[in-house]
Design a protein around this ligand. Structure first.
Ligand SMILES: Cc1cc2nc3c(=O)[nH]c(=O)nc-3n(C[C@H](O)[C@H](O)[C@H](O)COP(=O)(O)OP(=O)(O)OC[C@H]3O[C@@H](n4cnc5c(N)ncnc54)[C@H](O)[C@@H]3O)c2cc1C
Length: 405
């Protein structure tokens, strides 16, 4: 019996497993193929929900579900974290030393906020990226805040590029609702040259920030924080005092990637940006935040890479000679407060464009929060295909289906 092993039952791993189960149902039911997913977590977290938890006081329970509820019956979930990946011998080690071989592997282990990388940051700051509990702490601190300076401080790399800007706008909105905006100074200190890395989006965001009295510091790369003095220092030699520091800490890949020596010190797996194969391996893929692909670390990317990889593995198993190449499509909402949002959309070759913030886009984001759980099952894929088309190009590679182009 052949086996597809997927490490991680987050956004990418779940969508992939369900898509494979649909495409390869006959093989699985006939006992010729096994789809195994490894994940030790009790809950699958819908991470964009952390925005609602941190800035609107939403209940974290609304944004988590047990992984077993989300995976197709054809998928076998092993509730154990993988401790080592052995690409050379096509095996994963889990559960205190058990070893499982595979025919195809997909690493979908995500990324994690690591404030401890920067001296003083973990002690001095709150964040809404690492966990739901962290997001709750942000809400508690904002609710108790009366007057003074709030600094929002992203460090690179981090997942969800729009999230720091969303934080700034939603803090502004919250303080206005509480009628204390005049007593609160909001500062956004970004490592980029503009308030948003894509110029089309920066053109929209910057005037809004100015209008709302939000001060932006550009080219501010955090060096260290002095929690006692309540000051942040940048590599560029600037210092910034704060009363409340909300950081978007630098992220790194999963421990297992680092421990297995397949992603350098920071844990990003070298991955072909089109085939999504781990470089140098024809039977192993990486998707989502875990890769070193220069694209936003976002749920939408994990989703579209999962769809592309499901096609590729199915093609390899069926020997069709087709290769599926991800086109780098992204489509992330950016909330701007006041029930307005823009969509950061593009591909590997098309930069996000300037657009007017709209209530329709805001409502689409809210709707998506509800549709997420259904989307994991693959039920919405036909609709996405009608409106957006597939996120890949298909090439036929005669007699050589399994090779990267
Ligand atoms: C505040 C916030 C807002 C966001 N907003 C958006 C948004 O609006 N739009 C958007 O597209 N994206 C958004 N994102 C980003 C999005 O949530 C992530 O990019 C996405 O979840 C990445 O999917 P993934 O499958 O790569 O990783 P994840 O969904 O993080 O899943 C990784 C899984 O791997 C598992 N794992 C890790 N190590 C092991 C191991 N050793 N063995 C087994 N399993 C393991 C973990 O338990 C986890 O279940 C947001 C993120 C945050 C924090």
């Amino acid at each position: 019996m052949r086996r597809i092993a997927i490490i991680g039952a987050g956004t990418g791993g779940t969508i992939l497993a369900n898509a494979l189960a649909k495409k390869l149902r006959t093989e699985v039911r006939g006992g010729r193929l096994e789809i195994v997913v490894f994940d030790g977590s009790e809950s699958h977290i819908y991470q964009p929900g952390n925005i609602d938890i941190a800035f609107r006081g939403a209940n974290p329970k609304a944004f988590r579900r047990p992984p077993t509820q989300l995976l197709s019956r054809e998928v076998k979930l092993l509730k154990s974290p993988v401790s080592r990946i052995d690409l050379e011998n096509r095996a994963v080690i889990y559960d205190g030393g058990a070893k499982m071989g595979y025919d195809y592997l997909v690493v979908a282990t995500g990324s994690i906020a690591a404030p401890e990388i920067i001296p003083g940051l973990a002690q001095a700051s709150l964040n809404f990226h690492r966990s739901q509990e962290d997001a709750v702490r942000v809400w508690e601190a904002l609710s108790a805040f009366r007057r003074g300076r709030i600094v929002v401080l992203p460090a690179l790399p981090h997942k969800c590029p729009p999230s720091p800007v969303e934080a700034v706008f939603l803090i502004d909105e919250l303080m206005r609702k509480r009628s204390i905006r005049k007593d609160v100074e909001i500062i956004y200190a970004t490592p980029y040259t503009r308030a948003y890395p894509a110029h089309g989006i920066a053109d929209v965001v910057e005037p809004e920030m100015e209008k709302r009295g939000i001060t932006t510091y550009t080219l501010f790369n955090i060096d260290y924080v002095d929690p006692a003095a309540k000051k942040v220092y940048s590599l560029e030699g600037e210092e910034l005092a704060y009363d409340l520091l909300i950081a978007i800490p630098p992220h790194r890949g999963a421990d297992v990637v680092i421990a297995s020596g397949i992603g350098g010190e920071e844990g990003w797996i070298p991955t072909d940006k089109h085939t999504l194969k781990i470089k140098g391996h024809d039977d192993a893929y990486a998707i989502g935040d875990a890769t070193d692909i220069p694209i936003s670390k976002s749920g939408v990317v994990a989703h579209l890479e999962a769809i592309t990889t499901a096609e590729s593995i199915t093609s390899q198993i069926h020997g069709t000679g087709k290769v599926y190449l991800y086109n780098g499509r992204i489509n992330c909402p950016l909330e701007m407060g006041g029930r307005k949002a823009v969509f950061v959309s593009g591909t590997y070759v098309k930069q996000p464009e300037r657009q007017n913030p709209s209530t329709t886009k805001y409502l689409m984001k809210r709707l998506f929060n509800r549709l997420y759980w259904t989307m994991l099952s693959g039920a919405l894929e036909p609709i996405f295909n009608i409106y957006l088309g597939p996120p890949y190009e298909v090439k036929v590679v005669a007699d050589d289906a399994n090779k990267s182009p």
